[in-house]
Design a protein around this ligand. Structure first.
Ligand SMILES: O=C(CO)[C@H](O)[C@H](O)COP(=O)(O)O
Ligand SMILES: [Fe+2]
Length: 222
């Protein structure tokens, strides 16, 4: 397994975004949390800001939409050039149609589940997605504690993907650090979002390398 490390720019300095994007150049994707103060009780930014982030980022964008009505808004993020667009299962009216639309525009299609949402609703539609995001905190804020009780959901999704011969990426988001990443890798995650653990480090490139190494070691043991 070649783990992907996606720093969350939620933990960046919003008025020094260009510099803070340059600092994560050795990572795989820049994770961009779009929050609408409706699906979650927090507000970040929308397509106008993400378009500038797309133009500025040295690495591709992994957009995480925590918004109501993604059926209407998600395609715009694919159109502005985001490599990956993930919407919440709980918010989408027609997740399969939306995933097909995202892929037809040229982005990877992702679907996210909140901690209280079961993963088995996704089993039958796994092939429609390039990425499944298992939230390991309640969406809305950075800096929260990792929820180890999400590991059975992740493990079951990994087993189901293997059973179906699917190459879908399994992403975890929330509370990922050097102390927690091994658990998630061992349970089957291959794509890891980390906000505070990356931007809080003195040496960001070393933090990215450290997370990658821990995930790789844990997945080989698991
Ligand atoms: O989607 C998110 C919150 O809803 C963020 O991506 C996530 O919380 C990252 O922050 P941290 O690594 O500090 O937990
Ligand atoms: Fe996120």
């Amino acid at each position: 397994m070649n783990p992907r490390i996606n720093p969350s720019i939620l933990a960046a300095d919003f008025v020094n975004m260009q510099a803070d994007l340059a600092r994560i150049a050795t990572a795989d994707f820049a994770h961009v949390d779009v929050m609408d103060n409706h699906f979650v009780p927090n507000l970040t930014f929308g397509p106008q800001m993400v378009e500038r982030i797309q133009a500025t980022s040295p690495i591709p964008l992994d957009v995480h939409l925590m918004i109501t009505d993604p059926d209407r808004w998600a395609p715009g993020y694919a159109e502005l050039g985001a490599a990956s667009v993930t919407f919440h299962l709980e918010a989408a009216a027609d997740p399969v149609a939306l995933a097909r639309r995202l892929r037809s525009i040229g982005s990877r299609a992702g679907v996210a589940v909140k901690p209280g949402t079961a993963g088995d609703a996704l089993y039958e539609i796994l092939d429609e997605f390039d990425q499944i995001l298992v939230m390991t905190v309640e969406p809305g804020f950075g800096g929260q504690s990792f929820m180890p009780e999400m590991m059975p959901k992740l493990r079951a999704l990994r087993e189901e993907a293997t059973r179906r011969g699917s190459d879908v990426w399994l992403q975890v988001d929330g509370g990922i650090s050097e102390a927690t990443i091994a658990q998630a890798a061992e349970a089957g995650a291959d794509t890891f979002v980390a906000g505070s653990a990356v931007y809080g480090a003195d040496d960001i490139a070393a933090a990215v390398t450290g997370l990658r190494q821990r995930a790789r070691a844990a997945s080989l043991e698991g």
